[in-house]
Design a protein around this ligand. Structure first.
Ligand SMILES: *Cc1c(COP(=O)(O)O)cnc(C)c1O
Length: 472
């Protein structure tokens, strides 16, 4: 993994040998135990075992919160081996930490649930940091001392922060062309925008806030035919509903801030990669284990690392992911059904509604994980998450009136919460990208984004009902 040649002392060889046994045991434990568990069991335990607890953490049943900058070593040999990444160690919290380690493994295993190959994860300080650190390595200059032109493709319907990162930070400031895909269900549009300078394909789905969707398998196949990776922002779906790596994606980025940690305690992200990604970048480490590569090299040097306290609070939230996403999806379906019938509502966008143009496509991909092993269902069931939006009849003013009339639903630029939250994207999350950017992303000014939480849906419907009534 390391850039430099390292000469080994006998002491270093001793540590490497000792740790090889540990690594072999871990690989075997994952293969023969963890990979056989159901989704919920992985979410609850991840890689933290009774053995880990007893041997290393005084029996603590909860993963350690190691609020410590750095690790002490037995001697210079162990230090040299650790710093050359020759033995598993955590060294310094900008590079690794026992708390972030357990968070990373759980996320890697959940995104890799049902996938034949291996997955790994690099934690990041936020969802935006996950996106930045996932795309940057593909933008490196391959030919030196040339004015090499570089471009990438991305779905125009995406999170406002992503739009700004691609459009301003990369395109305007660094002259790296972002080719927006306006209709991601149209494979010809993707295909026509790829050329020899394209570095990756990027897609968000379901997109925030307008619930864009695309055929992951088809776009992944197209990317791979050009020796390019497909990166998917799967924040809204979470691995409880969709695992893009199982459908051919190379990398997944998560804003774990959102649905993965519904409690809302803090900002957190992750990049999850399958081992052996497809790319034209001539770097074997990057290809073989992308997440480990960014963790050990670029992210060590840039430092967008996750705090151990936040890693464990997020990990703790993730334990009940499947049942929470199921509940919040069902609640959202109820609320969407209510809004659809309301005379003051112009339109409702929710992938679960039969008349949504992307309902059929989304239904091929969005399944509640393990529903077939659940007493309640006993068969596969579709669930569509808890992001929806609706347009209010009567323009911006009426829209603001409805919004301002909400009493139980929180007005905030947030989503994925256990509490229902609403926002008007045109004046908040998608304000900065301007009118043209919003047109590209299909965001009208009378659109309210609503994320339904775990309250009883009757109470959320009652709140919407009084707000709509007031605004008449
Ligand atoms: C919020 C969000 C992000 C950014 O995540 P942060 O954790 O806020 O940095 C990226 N993608 C999507 C879809 C989001 O909703």
């Amino acid at each position: 993994m390391y850039d430099n040649e390292v000469s080994l002392t006998p002491g270093m060889r001793h540590y490497i040998q000792k740790n090889k046994e540990y690594l072999d045991q871990r690989t075997e434990y994952i293969r023969s135990v963890v990979k056989k568990w159901k989704f919920d069991t992985i979410a609850v335990h991840g890689l933290y075992s009774v053995q880990d607890a007893i041997e290393d953490y005084q029996g603590s049943i909860i993963e350690p919160i190691f609020m410590s900058t750095s690790q002490a070593f037995r001697d210079s040999d162990e230090m040299a081996a650790a710093l050359a990444y020759l033995i598993p160690s955590w060294t310094y919290s900008r590079i690794a930490n026992p708390s972030t380690y357990y968070y990373e493994w759980t996320l890697a295993l959940l995104e890799g649930y049902g996938f034949d190959g291996e997955t790994s994860c690099c934690s990041t300080s936020s969802g935006m940091a996950a996106i930045m650190t996932a795309v940057q390595p593909f933008l490196m200059h391959i030919r030196h001392n040339t004015n090499e032109s570089r471009n990438f493709l991305a779905t125009a319907q995406c999170y406002g922060g992503t739009f700004q990162q691609f459009n301003v930070r990369l395109a305007q400031e660094r002259d790296i062309e972002c080719r927006w895909i306006e209709d991601p269900t149209n494979l010809d549009e993707w295909a026509s925008k790829i050329d020899e300078n394209t570095r990756f394909l990027y897609g968000e789905l379901p997109s925030n806030p307008q619930l864009g969707f695309f055929d992951i398998r088809a776009v992944a196949d197209l990317a791979h035919a050009h020796n390019l990776p497909l990166i998917v922002d799967s924040t809204v779906a979470t691995p409880a509903l969709l695992r893009p790596i199982c459908h051919g994606a190379d990398l997944v980025v998560q804003s774990s801030t959102k649905t993965l940690s519904s409690s809302g305690f803090g900002i957190c992200g992750g990049v999850i990669a399958r081992k052996g990604i497809v790319t034209s970048i001539p770097n074997e480490q990057l290809k073989n284990d992308f997440a480990l590569y960014i963790k050990y090299l670029p992210n060590r040097d840039y430092g967008p690392n996750l705090h151990p306290m936040q890693a464990i609070t997020t990990l703790n939230d993730m334990r009940t992911l499947r049942s929470k996403v199921d509940l919040m999806s069902r609640n959202t379906m109820r609320v969407a059904g209510y809004l659809e019938e309301h005379p003051m509502v112009e339109s409702v966008q929710y992938l679960g509604l039969r008349n949504h143009p992307l309902h059929e496509l989304a239904s091929r991909y969005l399944w509640l994980v393990d529903a077939e092993h659940d007493d309640l269902y006993g068969k596969p069931v579709n669930r569509y998450g808890h992001l929806m939006s609706f347009c209010v009849r009567g323009g911006v003013e009426k829209t603001r009136k409805v919004f301002d009339g909400l009493q139980r639903i929180w007005r905030a630029t947030d989503l994925g919460r256990i509490k229902s939250v609403a926002t008007i994207p045109a004046i908040s999350t998608h304000q900065q990208q301007g009118e043209e950017g919003r047109r590209l992303a299909h965001i009208p000014s009378n659109l309210i984004r609503l994320c339904v939480g775990a309250e009883h849906p009757d109470d959320i419907i009652a709140d919407l009902d009084q707000a709509l009534h007031q605004a008449r």
